[in-house]
Design a protein around this ligand. Structure first.
Ligand code: HEC
Length: 158
């Protein structure tokens, strides 16, 4: 085999691998963001801490299955959330900081990852465009609270 043909084979192999590498990079992003920015409060598997940090596992996937629920999740990440809230009969009066500094792509990726915690379903289809439209309409703490209360009454938020 000549050097030139060996090079051609290597190049072809590398090009063949590229889509795989790209999709893994996207999947890894949400995981890395969650570990770096969320796990310290919500726990590595999203179990939370009763009374302090609400659980996300098994809940976010369900919330994201509803279009208004999806917009709510993006609103929490963009605007933060200040209690009181109730989750599984447990009340929380905490403070979730805003992650407005993250890009729309990063917020979509981390929410898609969180939607897989505690269930075996495919990640929720949250796009950067979904996040961008929520970002375009900033909400104050009272507005995020009111949206949450309405969605809990409608059983979108468990
Ligand atoms: C400093 C601690 C802290 C960090 C970091 C944090 N959260 Fe939170 N999060 C909270 C608290 C506290 C609440 C509940 C706020 C309240 O009591 O009103 C909350 C609420 C939420 C909710 C709403 C749950 C519901 O039932 O309405 C979601 C979704 C969420 N967090 C996702 C995330 C994601 C994703 C990240 C990482 C990008 C993150 N959080 C990082 C503390 C944190």
């Amino acid at each position: 085999m000549t050097t030139k043909s060996r090079f051609r084979i290597m190049l072809a192999a590398l090009l063949g691998l590229m889509p795989l590498m790209a999709s893994q990079a996207i999947a890894a992003d949400g995981v890395a963001l969650y570990r770096g920015k969320c796990a310290m409060c919500h726990g590595p598997a999203g179990a939370g801490r009763p009374g302090t940090f609400p659980p996300l596992a098994g809940r976010v996937g369900q919330i994201a299955g509803n279009p208004d629920g999806k917009a709510y999740l993006a609103a929490v990440l963009l605007n933060g959330l200040h209690g009181p809230i109730t989750v599984d009969g447990q009340s929380y009066k905490g403070f979730m900081p805003s992650f407005r500094a993250l890009s729309d792509e990063d917020i979509a990726a981390v929410l898609a990852y969180v939607s897989t915690l505690g269930n075996s379903a495919a990640p929720a289809g949250i796009s950067a465009q979904d996040v961008a439209s929520v970002r375009a309409a900033p909400m104050d703490a009272a507005a995020v609270q009111a949206k949450r209360a309405a969605l809990q009454t409608a059983h979108v938020i468990p």
